[in-house]
Ligand binder design. Structure first.
Ligand code: DHK
Length: 145
C-alpha cells in the first residue's frame, strides 16, 4: 500500500507568487502542490497537501496524522520561529518529519535563524525554493522504505 504523506504549509504561503517574489520566487502554492503530486505519484506516495494561516488548525492536522499519515513534510513558515505548540505536536506524532523552507532562513533576519521545528525534524531543507519539497518527498520515501 502507498505510504501516506501529509504536506503542511503555514501562514502566508497561500500568497506565494504574489508575495516578496525576490525572496520566495514566482511560483504559487498551487504550482508547488502540482509539483508535489507529480513527485508523490512517481514515488508511490499518497499525498495530502494542505495550507493554513492558523496555528491551532495546523496542530489539529498534525495530531490527526498520528493515525492517518506515515510521514510529514512541513513548511511551518513564520510558526517555525514561534510555535512550541507545533514542536510538541510533531514530537507527539512520532513520524518522520522533514522541515522545508523556500528561502535560506540563515541568510535572513536573526529572528528567522532559530526554528522550533528543527529539533523534532528528521531533516531540514532550506534555500532551494520549491525543489526543497520534492527533495523532502524523496528523503521521506527513502526513510519509509
Ligand atoms: C516562509 C515564511 O513565511 C517565513 O516566515 C519563514 C519561510 C521562511 C520559507 O522560506 O519558506 O521565515
Amino acid at each position: 500500500m502507498a505510504k501516506r504523506i501529509l504536506i503542511l504549509n503555514g501562514p502566508n504561503l497561500n500568497l506565494l507568487g504574489t508575495r516578496e517574489k525576490s525572496i520566495y520566487g514566482g511560483e504559487t502554492l498551487a504550482d508547488i502542490e502540482a509539483l508535489c503530486r507529480t513527485r508523490c505519484e512517481a514515488l508511490d506516495l499518497a499525498c495530502d497537501f494542505r495550507q493554513s494561516n492558523h496555528e491551532g488548525e495546523l496542530v489539529d492536522w498534525i495530531q490527526s496524522a498520528r493515525k492517518t499519515a506515515d510521514g510529514i513534510v512541513i513548511n511551518p513558515a513564520a510558526y517555525s520561529h514561534t510555535s512550541v505548540a507545533i514542536h510538541d505536536a510533531l514530537r507527539a506524532a512520532e513520524k518522520p518529519v522533514i522541515e522545508v523552507h523556500l528561502s535560506n532562513i540563515h541568510q535572513r533576519e536573526p529572528f528567522r535563524h532559530h526554528s522550533y521545528v528543527s529539533s523534532v525534524a528528521t531533516g531540514v531543507i532550506c534555500g532551494l525554493g520549491p525543489k526543497g519539497y520534492t527533495m523532502a518527498l524523496e528523503a521521506i520515501a527513502d526513510i519509509l522504505n
